[in-house]
Ligand binder design. Sequence first.
Ligand SMILES: [Zn+2]
Length: 83
Amino acid sequence: MSAVPLGVRAHWLTCALDGRDHAVVDHDPVSGAHLSACARTVWASSLASPPAARCTDCRDAVGDTDDDRPTGRLGRWLGRGAA
Ligand SMILES: [Zn+2]
């Protein structure tokens, strides 16, 4: 897997199908699908859902090394919400 190209800003989105957060790097405005750094199609879950466990392939692709990131309400309370 290749790293995300310079200049491409990824944002984390929870997939409704696998329940993990993926680093989204592209969006298809026609279908509404999101393409992740791990080359999966991400179907967004409710934006009101708390952050989930991050996909390890996406973490590798974007260089995310924050292993102790709390998720959900505790994470937001601690000021470490989704990137
Ligand atoms: Zn992923």
